[in-house]
Design a protein around this ligand. Structure first.
Ligand code: ZN
Length: 308
């Protein structure tokens, strides 16, 4: 069994419009844009990162705004709901705020004893705010949301699957423990995590498959402390029969990827070196940061990327 996973690291999704995406996360949700870079495989597309003050692993939502991309079709084989944690008592504030910003799909409720507010993002992205604060995390407060309501990072994520058993087994192998079940959704929780500690599996045997597009989660990344832990995890997964990519340098972390039995793409990402290794914490996310191989093309890349 793997004991190096520390909760979620980041979640990466796709959007149709960079400006709308930036306005939604920094304006409506009050997160900090912690990095403005490009898709390392398609440098004409931004890779935008949002999170807490320094982009603490477990708080980092990232987007590829592809521009005029068709909306995804929701279904099985994907992360259907990205959940952010907010302090207890914060949901009435958010209900008002999200209504003021004209958001749709708002639905309050309780799940496994926690108050939650579901809503849709600009491309129909599935989000929820969950009242939960085990302590140790602080919101970014310069984004217009008061500290007592601010987003603390991820609470977790909910996956929609035709059959949850194999993915449940994988999560258990990754160090998660099976928790309670409610309404066909089973919670898995990791001990000693970074706060982004739950993964919920929703089993929908007769639902159609998701088709990825704007508003869809592209992959979900789990955190490990460092590269040594990542190599241990990679070996353990490969010994169990998973096809895992080689380690890829993503400039702010090292990444490995593998496809899971339920169809969701998993990543394991290192907490090192972090988002503040190439710019000052006070100015994170302001300048366009390019990986070395694209620096020679900076002028052309800056011309094609829309100003935020
Ligand atoms: Zn990733």
């Amino acid at each position: 069994m793997i004991d190096q996973i520390k909760g979620l690291h980041h979640i990466t999704s796709m959007a149709s419009d960079a400006r709308d995406n930036n306005a939604f996360f920094t304006g409506t949700l009050g997160l900090r844009r912690i990095k403005k870079t490009v898709n390392f495989d398609a440098p004409d597309v931004y890779h935008l990162y949002y999170g807490d003050e320094v982009g603490t692993p477990g708080s980092v939502m990232t987007y590829f705004p592809f521009g005029r991309m068709q909306k995804g079709r929701r279904g099985i084989g994907e992360v259907g709901v990205t959940e952010f944690a907010v302090p207890p008592g914060a949901l009435p504030y958010w209900q008002d705020r999200l209504a003021t910003f004209g958001l749709t799909g708002m639905e309050g409720g309780r799940f496994l004893g926690e108050a939650r507010l579901e809503f849709l993002g600009p491309d129909g992205d599935g989000f929820a705010l969950v009242e939960s604060d085990p302590g140790g995390r602080s919101p970014w407060t310069a984004g217009g949301v008061p500290e007592e309501a601010g987003i603390l990072g991820f609470h977790g994520a909910r996956m929609r699957l035709a059959d949850a058993a194999a993915t449940g087994e994988l999560l258990t192998f990754m160090g998660y423990q099976k928790d309670e079940t409610e309404g066909g959704v089973t919670r898995y929780r990791i001990d000693g995590g970074n706060g982004a500690d739950t993964v919920d599996l929703e089993e929908l045997p007769s639902a159609r498959a998701a088709s990825q597009g704007a508003g869809s989660v592209h992959h979900i990344a789990f955190a490990v402390e460092n590269r040594a832990a990542q190599l241990d995890v990679r070996k353990a997964l490969m010994d169990t029969g998973y096809q895992v990519t080689p380690v890829i340098d993503r400039n702010y972390f090292w990444a490995i990827y593998f496809r899971t039995p339920g169809g969701v793409l998993f990543e394991v990402a290192t907490n090192e070196p972090g988002f503040d290794h190439d710019e000052d914490t006070a100015h994170l996310g302001e300048a366009l940061k390019l990986p070395e191989q694209y620096e020679p093309a900076r002028a052309r890349i800056e011309r094609v990327l829309p100003p935020l």
